[in-house]
Design a binder for this molecule. Structure first.
Ligand SMILES: Cc1cc2nc3c(=O)[nH]c(=O)nc-3n(C[C@H](O)[C@H](O)[C@H](O)COP(=O)(O)O)c2cc1C
Ligand SMILES: [Mn+2]
Length: 481
């Protein structure tokens, strides 16, 4: 059964021994962050702070902060099961004949069941405040000492594409500037930023925004997924939870939000109004420096009677977002293989903070094939940010970073096998020559072929014969080991 809401998820985490309630008073300024950092680094439970200093609203953090918690969040034994479900859908073709078509009906019906449903009432509007409210009513964290302020870190930011009317939901952090305004940190490549750029073409000066904080875990998680533009995150959330997301109309703007959310911030962004945002201790493990971002104006705050505030912190890896990203890696592999069936597996080690390093194993079929795979990755959605792509043959286990380092470093002639390209880079890259634009590197660490100009012999990897191993198994014991 799909979780109805955040508290349902909290209950599940608690039942499975993956939640710790913290009854002592802890300050949302830095202290909660330090708790969260220690807990995740120890593989500890999610934390529910019952007494954040100065607030009566409990704070939930680290609810996705391990593979086990991701499995609980997505109600699977292994996130690969979701990849499997996606692969099954992708394999679904219109079969021949009436019988085949009939067989497909249940699958199609299942698909229909994922679409979000509009409902007339939602728990997120138990309390509707159009005056006398403030962003400081929420126990928003300051995460790191040099942060520019307090940041809402798990917001589901809803906007509408002014060209198509389609909804988008992205997770973009929001720095609380004062009681009614916050930074809107959608990076230039993200959908919120694109909607913002499209808005003046429709003669508008304002863009409606609704921000939901805290919902059932699949809905929260859908906001980070690197989906194609105009593919509704709420539909994907429905697929993940296998039950439609219920949406309710906002009170003061033309957007819908998950009815079961804990908090909803309704408001707008005024075109052209920018304000300095940051610094922010980011998921690279370094501070993202100040920059100019649009300003969100809060016009109405709705919430549950007794809401829970959901948040996270990012910082030196691995943190909670590493596990969220690891699940993305597993879930999106079948989709990547639709375009690139030669790809066996991919891995994004924690130290690469997603965009800095992607390891790819592939079955090479023709000269230059590894480079074709690199360029395809650079041409695919948010994988375009990959600063370093290492491509290895299919016999290398990319989940084993040490094996990749060992084999790849042996296999390359750097000048021949490393390729540099220019293009868009992640906004968080602090080393690129310009913000958002710089170089990327592809390393072809596959075995080189004569068709690629390599005519020397290629050595095999060292391995003891099975027969000797068996003999030594016996001798080993006799020798007293
Ligand atoms: C905890 C967390 C915080 C994030 N913060 C931001 C952010 O501040 N700005 C941003 O552009 N992306 C941020 N992201 C990444 C986006 O949510 C992600 O790229 C998403 O796919 C964007 O959705 P979109 O394609 O609909 O714009 C964050 C991700 C996580 C997990
Ligand atoms: Mn999107």
């Amino acid at each position: 059964m799909a979780y109805k809401d955040l508290r349902d998820f909290v209950r599940a985490l608690e039942e499975k021994g993956e939640l710790k309630r913290i009854a002592v008073e802890v300050d949302p300024i830095l202290e909660i962050a330090e708790f969260a950092d220690r807990a995740v680094k120890q593989g500890g439970p999610a934390l529910l702070f019952e007494k954040p200093k100065g607030y009566s609203t409990p704070v939930l953090i680290n609810s996705f902060a391990s593979m086990r918690k991701m499995e609980i969040a997505l109600e699977v034994d292994n996130v690969e099961q979701i990849a499997q479900r996606i692969a099954e859908f992708l394999e679904m073709r219109i079969p021949e004949g009436l019988l085949g078509k009939l067989k497909m009906l249940p699958k199609l019906a299942e698909m229909g069941a994922f679409f979000p449903r509009t409902v007339s009432k939602g728990a997120c509007q138990e309390v509707v405040l159009t005056s006398g409210f403030s962003l400081f009513d929420l126990p928003v964290l300051q995460c790191w000492p040099e942060d520019g302020g307090r940041f809402i870190t798990l917001p589901l930011v809803f906007s509408r594409n002014p060209d198509t009317g389609k909804r988008n939901c992205g997770m973009y952090r929001m720095q609380v500037f004062d009681e009614r305004t916050a930074g809107m940190h959608w990076q230039t490549h993200k959908q919120g930023a694109e909607h913002y750029r499209r808005t003046p073409h429709h003669g508008r000066r304002r863009m409606d925004i609704a921000v939901a904080i805290g919902a059932d875990p699949a809905t929260m998680y859908s906001a980070i997924l690197p989906l194609p533009p105009d593919l509704d995150e709420m539909m994907i959330a429905g697929f993940l939870r296998q039950s439609p997301v219920e949406m309710v109309k906002c009170q003061t703007c033309d957007l819908e939000v998950p009815a079961a959310a804990e908090f909803v911030l309704e408001g707008y962004v005024e075109l052209g109004e920018l304000r300095t945002e940051g610094p922010f201790g980011d998921h690279t493990g370094f501070y993202s420096l100040e920059d100019e971002y649009p300003v969100f104006h809060l016009t109405c705050l709705t919430r549950r009677e007794r809401p829970i505030y959901a948040t996270t912190i990012v910082g030196p890896p691995p943190m909670e977002d590493y596990y969220m990203g690891k699940a993305v890696e597993r879930i999106f592999l079948p989709l990547m293989r639709l375009q690139l069936p030669e790809v066996r597996d991919i891995a994004m080690p924690a130290e690469g903070v997603f965009h800095n390093l992607i390891l790819v194993s592939m079955r090479k079929s023709y000269p230059g094939h590894a480079r074709k795979v690199m360029h395809s990755i650079w041409g695919t959605g948010q994988a375009m940010f990959s600063k370093c792509i290492v491509v290895v043959d299919e016999d290398v286990d990319v989940q084993n970073t040490r094996e990749v380092a060992w084999k790849a470093l042996n296999h390359i002639d750097p000048q021949r096998d490393i390729e540099f390209v220019m293009g868009p880079v992640d906004s968080l890259d602090h080393a690129s020559r310009l913000p958002n634009y710089g170089s990327k590197m592809g390393i072809d660490a596959t075995r080189k072929w004569p068709g690629e100009g390599f005519t020397r012999r290629w050595p095999g990897v060292i391995r003891m014969s099975d027969e000797v191993k068996r003999r030594v198994d016996e001798l080993w014991k006799r020798a007293g080991f």
